[in-house]
Design a binder for this molecule. Structure first.
Ligand code: UDP
Length: 312
């Protein structure tokens, strides 16, 4: 297959490039490096089945040749990055999704949208099932991401309904692993970076808010299974092992041997209080379950950040 991946130099996008290249497919990746990084694809420089186009996907996309699948992963995706780039976040979710859908339609390709647990906003239903419509503040600071992804989901299904495009939508919950940007402000790189520097971990609020953490290889496996399935409606891919952020901080300190403890900071506006995926649908339709334990995934991630910090 020839696969076109927007955001191909991003955290998840670059792992998808690796996945398909390792299985003898051709990959064309596009990225403007607004949050992605050339480092994430540097190892592919001499790979003949890999092409890279440096471009903003909100501009008209022209990809030569035949394409079997379009995976639309371009977007700032950490709260810090979508607060830093609010207009670009809205544009990539809206115009970028429209362009990527246009490529899929022109090529007769299957389309997969990277959506997010943020479509549920600060959810009032736990755990979150795909048929929950969410509790989103459209005008808050996170609204730029949440609403862009909600628009993107609606647009994706509009292309399916009007043009009969084969579309898939994955709702991605918090994911971590190598190539998470150290400075993207997310809890995993923040805590691991702080722990490796021997600093206290900055817990927002009292740390009672919950998340669960999916290791990137588990996420990639779920995405690929969804791409190959017949499911048109959104599917949650996330680890259902819910924990408080305080418990998570304590785990990071234990795994790294950091003795500096925790400091408590202000909670960001509209920070969801509880998040946990109901993955019944992924289990039933895709036969998917996370395989990597938190400790095993964190061990890989800590080693990655440690190596990167030595280089800086
Ligand atoms: N968080 C924290 N300290 C940090 C960074 C994040 O306590 O240094 C909290 C954040 O407020 C949220 C959770 O950790 O409750 C996950 O934050 P992240 O930015 O990773 O993504 P989110 O799940 O909010 O999209």
């Amino acid at each position: 297959m020839r696969i076109f991946i927007t955001g191909g130099a991003g955290f998840i996008g670059s792992h998808l490039c690796d996945y398909f290249l390792a299985r003898d497919h051709h990959v064309i990746a596009m990225d403007n490096f607004i949050t992605g990084s050339p480092d994430n694809i540097a190892h592919l420089a001499n790979e003949p089945r890999f092409e890279f186009i440096e471009q903003d996907v909100t501009k008209f996309i022209d990809v030569p040749g035949h394409i079997d699948a379009v995976l639309h992963f371009a977007s700032p995706a950490s709260p810090k990055s979508y607060l830093d780039f609010p207009i670009q976040t809205m544009k990539v979710g809206a115009l970028g999704t429209h362009n990527a859908l246009g490529v899929a339609r022109a090529k007769g390709a299957r389309f997969l949208l990277a959506s997010t647990s943020e479509v549920y906003g600060d959810p009032l239903v736990h755990p979150q099932r795909e048929d929950y419509w969410g509790n989103v503040n459209p005008i808050g600071p996170r609204g730029v991401y949440d609403e862009a992804k909600r628009f993107a989901e609606a647009m994706t299904l509009a292309y399916h309904r009007q043009h009969k495009l084969e579309t898939r939508i994955v709702r991605i919950f918090n994911t971590y692993g190598p190539r998470n940007a150290l400075d993207d402000g997310r809890v995993v790189p923040n805590f691991v970076g702080q722990a490796l520097r021997g600093e206290p971990l900055t817990v927002h609020g009292d740390g009672s808010q919950t998340r669960s953490f999916t290791y990137v290889s588990d996420l990639v496996e779920g995405i690929v299974r969804l791409l190959r399935s017949d499911e048109l409606l959104p599917v949650n891919i996330g680890n259902p092992n819910e924990m408080t952020i305080k418990q998570f901080a304590e785990r990071i300190n234990a795994l790294t041997g950091n003795k500096a403890g925790i400091v408590y900071k202000n909670r960001p506006v509209d920070d969801p209080a509880r998040r946990n995926p109901d993955i019944t649908k992924a289990r039933t339709i895709l036969g998917w379950e996370p395989q990597v334990s938190l400790d095993a995934g964190l061990e890989e991630t800590i080693a990655y950040f440690d190596a990167r910090m030595q280089k800086v």
